[in-house]
Design a protein around this ligand. Structure first.
Ligand code: PEP
Ligand code: MN
Length: 338
């Protein structure tokens, strides 16, 4: 961190700032210039609030050199984190993991049918929403506990670990018992109480990027979970809001190399919510694999036009199978597999 103080800053103010920083265990080096006093601050600056320092009228400006995140930082943890989700390993250099299933769980029989079909197509995790964050309070809100139980039964038959969205801390006990990978949806990425609660959980978390959040804010959300003690976090890009109207969101594939460089966490791409259009899902999935994604989460339905939510972006199991076959060839080109 570099702090630049105005030339006429009183010595007492300078000493007070240096004192606060050294009390925090940081090392401060002073560079006396003709117009400014510049301080280089080294050590673990994650707990320093630069805005408080900048609020001092004698401070000209403060800039961070080190990233504000520590647990997620690749610098302090050079090896890739590999998250074990019910026996399926996500991250590392080998397999690209496909997660597939409906947007919303619609009952026992449809869940069994979709689980069977996505497994045959090559998916290794079953996705499905039981608690749905819908824009309209009049839209289908999910089957709740019944939906989770439909997934559990499908898991018993087909052996696919399950991923589902947790919207509130008060359902955490249910998710800890039944769900293998707890999804934090885009709308809850900065629900800090939920993130803190997940920090105490031993279950892996799939952390979606918020609708309009920067990568740093998203990594800081992961840092919340990790700072609480749960280091099993998987990042998931699902498109961000831009001015573009031809797609539901804008898929930012640059997150793949950036998240991999700045953090050691696995990164999964959701081409379904990113595009909102089943016709775009295959090409974006292939591009994501080529760019190094560790997994894809793809909304899949046996009869998309009758899906209870997000039908326009659901692919059929046949389309999923074709996508996986093509994706495998791309994965092999970059030394991976599906
Ligand atoms: C979902 O996965 O069905 C979902 C609602 O995702 P997101 O939070 O990315 O909108
Ligand atoms: Mn959906």
């Amino acid at each position: 961190m570099i702090i630049t103080m105005k030339k006429d800053a009183p010595e007492s103010e300078i000493q007070a700032i240096i004192g606060n920083l050294t009390d925090m265990g940081l090392k401060v080096t002073v560079i006396q210039g003709s117009d400014y006093n510049v301080f280089g601050v080294v050590g673990d600056t994650t707990r320093v609030d630069e805005k408080i320092i900048a609020a001092n009228p004698h401070v000209d400006h403060v800039s961070r050199v080190a990233a504000p995140f520590k647990k997620a930082n690749r610098l302090f943890h050079p090896q890739d984190t590999i998250v074990d989700v019910g026996g399926v390993k996500i991250g590392g250099k080998e397999k690209v993991v496909i997660m597939a299933g409906p947007c919303s769980i619609e009952g026992e029989e449809p869940t069994q049918a979709i689980a069977k079909a996505v497994k045959e197509a090559g998916a290794r995790l079953l996705r499905g929403g039981a608690y749905k964050p819908r824009t309209s309070p009049y839209a289908f809100q999910g089957l709740g506990t019944e939906g989770i139980q439909c997934m559990v039964k499908a898991k018993e038959v087909f052996g696919l670990p399950i991923v589902s969205e947790l919207m509130s801390e008060n359902k955490l006990a249910e998710f800890e018992e039944y769900v293998d990978l707890i999804q934090v949806g885009a709308r809850n990425m900065q629900n800090f109480e939920l993130l803190n609660a997940l920090g105490k959980s031993s279950k892996p978390v799939l952390l979606k990027r918020g609708l309009s959040n920067t990568m740093e804010e998203w990594i800081m959300a992961a840092e919340y979970i990790m700072a609480g003690g749960n280091e099993n976090v998987i990042m998931c890009e699902r498109g961000i809001r831009t001015f573009e109207k031809y797609t539901r969101n804008t898929l930012d594939l640059s997150v793949i190399p950036i998240i991999k460089t700045k953090t050691h966490l696995p990164i999964v791409i959701d081409p379904s919510h990113a595009t909102g259009d089943s016709k775009l899902v295959e090409s974006m999935s292939l591009a994501a694999i080529a760019a190094g994604a560790d997994g894809l989460i793809i909304e899949t339905h046996n009869n998309p036009k009758c899906a209870w939510s997000d039908g326009a972006q659901c692919v059929t199991p046949e389309e999923l199978k074709e996508l996986i076959e093509k994706g495998r060839k791309i994965a092999q080109v970059i030394g991976r597999d599906i």
